[in-house]
Design a protein around this ligand. Structure first.
Ligand code: BGC
Length: 270
């Protein structure tokens, strides 16, 4: 059975699991630890090491994929919205590989989630333009066209009206902090998705992140022309996508920064 390990580093928690790549199911428990305060590189690496040790069932040879909430180009983290600024410009992939003693595939977290939805979830076999958004500490985004992932879309940071950096107005963390009702939050999401709709004319929106398990509370309140659905893989999408990219998307890849611009293994017919 083809297996890989996926680790999903977020602004709030770091999760990992062993994945059956054929079915897209977790073969292990989902292990979760809080992201260390401040999100410093060495502290985050230490937590990832602990999670790998806890995934003791995994074979040593299983590919490892790690996803992270930043722009990732050529193995470097090029931004840091909800983690320490020390990540900016850091050769993060190398840092993890040295600490773990294992090659890894290192990608943006929302790209991993979008890839997983395209491989196993709500966008499987979809032949149009899909925008996956993750509503968590920030807002992550992935653009997938005919199962091809376009890396490093940062649609959570667009400015809309008086709101510069829209994730600071509409993320799930903001909903919790401001104690917004579902209706109040949905009004902010309405502005957000209507803007993306105007800019991209997508065929499908997928909404992920932990809050997607409450999708029935807020998605029906949105009025859009584009179908909008909850992520089928819920909050495991990052783990599954990182694992799947490690198995299918890695190898001898050039350091162009577009190494995860890869066609999913369930391509749609041309
Ligand atoms: C980051 C993205 C990330 C998203 C979700 C944003 O603040 O800029 O890279 O995908 O949060 O974690």
């Amino acid at each position: 059975m083809a297996q890989a390990i996926g680790i999903d580093i977020g602004g709030t928690g770091i999760k990992g699991g062993l994945v059956d790549l054929d079915s897209g199911q977790l073969l292990s428990d989902r292990i979760k630890h809080p992201t260390p305060d401040g999100g410093q590189p060495d502290d985050v690496v230490a937590v990832v090491k602990t999670i790998l040790a806890e995934l003791s069932d995994a074979e040593d040879t299983a590919p490892i994929g790690v996803c992270f909430p930043a722009v990732v180009r050529g193995g470097r983290t090029m931004s840091a919205a909800n983690v320490s600024k020390k990540w900016i410009g850091l050769a993060a992939e190398k840092l993890f590989e040295q600490a773990l003693g294992h090659d890894i595939t290192f990608v943006n977290d929302a790209d991993a989630a979008g890839y997983a939805e395209s491989e196993y979830g709500a966008a499987k076999g979809h032949d149009g333009l899909v925008i996956m958004t993750t509503l968590g500490t920030g807002i992550g985004s992935a653009i997938i066209y005919r199962n091809l992932l376009v890396p490093n879309a940062e649609l959570g940071h667009i400015d809309i009206g008086e709101h510069a950096d829209f994730e600071k107005y509409a993320s799930n963390a903001v909903r919790e902090k401001k104690e917004l009702s579902w209706k109040q939050w949905a009004e902010r999401l309405q502005t957000y998705y209507a803007t993306l709709e105007k800019l991209f004319s997508p065929d499908l929106f997928i909404v992920g992140g932990g809050v997607s398990k409450h999708a029935e509370e807020f998605l029906p309140l949105l009025e859009l022309d584009t179908p909008i659905v909850a992520a089928a893989l819920r909050n495991n999408a990052g783990i599954l996508g990182a694992a799947s990219l490690a198995a299918h998307g890695s190898g001898d890849r050039p350091s162009t920064g577009a190494e995860h611009l890869v066609r999913a293994t369930n391509p749609v017919a041309p």
